[in-house]
Design a protein around this ligand. Structure first.
Ligand code: HEC
Ligand code: HEC
Length: 306
């Protein structure tokens, strides 16, 4: 297996590599084999440095030459055993992919018994186990923290998972479904339907739902518009629908923000939060099920830990 696209380059590389090694060998040999005849003295070379530093052409020390030849022998042996010469794969048949797969297999074999134990317990039980939480936390830091933050508290557009306020539901199985299949919150852009003034009225009505400071006249005008345009998804009382992930507008938790400007932005442009399905990311390893189980348990246990 090689990434070369033409048969020329492997040969080109192999020739350069071998010629370099053999050439160095011949050069070294040629430069170091002159022996002193009996009685002959090392010649003093013609130059002097720093006033009194002289240069003799004594033979190089044997240990030094030995090291030099040793490196060349080593490189040749290496090139026979491991891939290095063009597309030649080496006597040992080593590949980085093979090594990685072996490591994954070893790790799976090591974790399998641990995982198997947790798989037999339901998510709520696993969530109460400190060892499971430690593993779950590591998994979370690897797979989820880039969006939800290392403390799982999220940020704008990325829900806080520690607050017991759920877009899609906080039951163990719902959390597992969320992580496994992903979620996509679709709030359509309503600016065109409502117009600028209408949007401001509905926004003020939305603010009144959670007891925020609002303009009562605008809010009153917005109430019917809300019933006509928003209640389908956010329910007539504004508490939202878990099946759609339509945010509860009556509480103090905001995914995007509760200021008038941000609510107007949500309504005008719409929102489209995407939680990616984790089955892709967790790979096709046999431990994927267990990882989902432990992650779901970890997330389920988060609000209780606060
Ligand atoms: C690419 C960013 C991203 C990654 C990675 C990600 N999430 Fe999410 N997650 C989101 C977004 C965005 C949402 C909100 C979706 C929406 O607005 O409808 C979400 C929603 C959720 C929810 C639903 C929360 C609720 O209130 O119902 C859970 C649970 C969750 N994520 C858990 C996880 C876990 C566990 C991982 C790691 C295995 C993870 N997420 C990885 C972006 C991400
Ligand atoms: C088709 C269903 C649907 C309709 C109709 C709809 N919404 Fe939404 N709305 C959603 C969903 C789903 C979300 C969550 C978006 C996400 O997760 O990214 C949302 C989010 C929001 C948010 C952001 C909440 C936060 O926590 O930041 C606001 C505000 C909002 N909607 C107000 C409205 C108003 C006002 C209307 C009527 C003018 C409306 N929505 C109509 C489905 C809908």
């Amino acid at each position: 297996m090689s990434d070369f696209t033409s048969g020329f380059w492997p040969i080109y590389i192999s020739i350069i590599t071998l010629v370099s090694i053999i050439g160095t060998w011949i050069f070294l040999k040629k430069q170091t084999t002159r022996k002193l005849a009996p009685g002959e003295k090392a010649e003093l070379m013609e130059h002097t440095w720093d006033g009194d530093l002289q240069d003799f052409n004594n033979p190089l020390p044997r240990w030094w030459l030995g090291l030099f030849y040793g490196t060349m022998v080593f490189s040749l042996v290496y090139l026979v055993l491991w891939p290095g010469l063009g597309s030649y794969s080496g006597v040992l048949g080593w590949t980085s992919k093979g090594e990685y797969e072996a490591e994954v297999k070893a790790a799976e074999a090591q974790f399998q018994p641990v995982y198997a134990g947790f798989m037999q317990q339901d998510i709520a039980t696993v969530a109460a186990d400190p060892n499971a939480r430690a593993i779950g936390k590591n998994l979370f830091l690897t797979y989820c923290s880039q969006c939800h933050g290392s403390n799982a508290e999220g940020s704008r557009g990325f829900p806080n998972l520690t607050d017991n306020d759920w877009l899609y539901g906080g039951e163990p199985d719902t959390i597992k479904t969320t992580i496994t299949n992903g979620r996509n919150g679709v709030m359509p852009a309503m600016g065109g339907v409502l117009g600028e003034a209408g949007t401001r009225e509905v926004a003020n009505y939305v603010m009144s739902l959670s007891g925020r400071k609002h303009d009562a006249t605008l809010a009153a005008a917005g109430q019917t518009k809300f019933a006509e345009n928003c209640a389908v998804c956010h329910m007539p009382d504004g508490t939202g629908m878990k099946a759609l992930g339509s945010a509860n507008l009556t509480d103090k938790v905001w995914l995007y923000g509760g200021s008038e400007a941000t609510i107007i932005e949500s309504i005008t442009k719409g929102r489209n939060g995407v939680m990616p399905p984790m089955t892709q990311t967790l790979g096709t390893t046999s431990n994927q099920e267990a990882k989902l189980h432990l992650l779901a348990a970890y997330v389920y246990g988060l609000p209780q830990k606060q």
